[in-house]
Design a protein around this ligand. Structure first.
Ligand code: IPE
Ligand code: IPE
Ligand code: MG
Length: 248
């Protein structure tokens, strides 16, 4: 029985999020520059997106560049932005072939103009695709997102559109970049790091976390299958007791 066959197709997560980490270490192991790792990480993005779409995952969110990543050496940032631009242009074909629509979350205006406009075009050109939404987190940080949401809500209160007493969890959810997608059921982080690194702090409240030592450029379809099978063997209790959950 192959790994893929072990997946229970009736218990698929709707939304998977991935912190794609370990590109630099992957390159270092090969005595190459860090960007070589990022370039090879693109293969893993393609494999993961294809595998997720083939299975019927509805949303795949990939953490590609954090707000804090702007603090990296300028050379690496420039190389990463160049790679992003080339990848968007080159991979739009893969998106069309797989009926995948592209979306992005983060402080997108902070990307350089050319990257931003290519990104917007790819989002627009693929917006009619329905099999899966591929959401890139770019210049993203969860605290930034929460601050922006807070500002928007405060403005609405000021204008009298919302009563402060009526603010609830749904109000916050509705003002996040992620307002159009459900919370991820599964988060995968590669490279053996056990942290969230400012990613989807609100949305991950009840997400199952899966960590693998694999470095991102080595991540393949089988690794996604393994993560999903692991997820399917967990009991999601949402604060209830095990007995209550199994009674259902
Ligand atoms: C993840 O790989 C990609 C980005 C953060 C852009 P890293 O570049 O963080 O690789 P490591 O963690 O240094 O190995
Ligand atoms: C998290 O990886 C961000 C992305 C994968 C884009 P980092 O490599 O930047 O995270 P830290 O700094 O090790 O926490
Ligand atoms: Mg890293």
């Amino acid at each position: 029985m192959s790994l893929k066959e072990k997946i229970d197709m009736d218990k698929l997560p709707r939304h998977i999020a991935v912190i794609m980490d370990g590109n630099g270490r992957w390159a270092k192991k090969r005595s190459k520059l860090r960007i070589f790792g990022h370039e090879n990480g693109v293969v893993s993005v393609r494999e993961t997106a294809e595998a997720a779409a083939e299975l019927g995952i509805e949303y795949l969110t990939l953490y590609a560049f954090s707000t804090e990543n702007w603090n990296r050496p300028r050379r690496e940032i420039e190389a990463l932005m160049g790679l992003l631009l080339r990848t968007i242009s080159k991979e739009t074909k893969t998106l069309h072939e797989n009926n995948i629509s592209l979306q992005a979350i983060g402080d997108l205006r902070s990307l350089n103009k050319k990257t931003y406009s290519h990104l917007m075009k790819a989002i627009e050109d693929t917006s009619h695709h329905t099999r899966m939404k591929l959401i890139l987190a770019l210049s993203y940080s969860s605290r930034y997102e929460l601050v922006e949401a807070t500002k928007m809500i405060a403005e609405k209160v000021k204008r009298g559109e919302i009563d402060a007493d009526d603010i609830n969890e749904q109000t916050v959810t509705d003002h996040l970049f992620t307002k159009d997608s459900p919370d991820p059921e599964l988060l995968i982080r590669t490279s053996g790091e056990y942290r969230i690194s400012n990613f989807l702090l609100w949305q991950l409240a009840y997400t199952e976390l899966y960590f693998t030592d694999k470095l991102w450029p080595d991540f393949r379809k089988e690794d996604l299958y393994e993560a999903i099978i692991n997820f399917q063997n967990r009991e999601r209790r949402f604060g209830r007791t095990s007995e209550q959950v199994s009674e259902k």
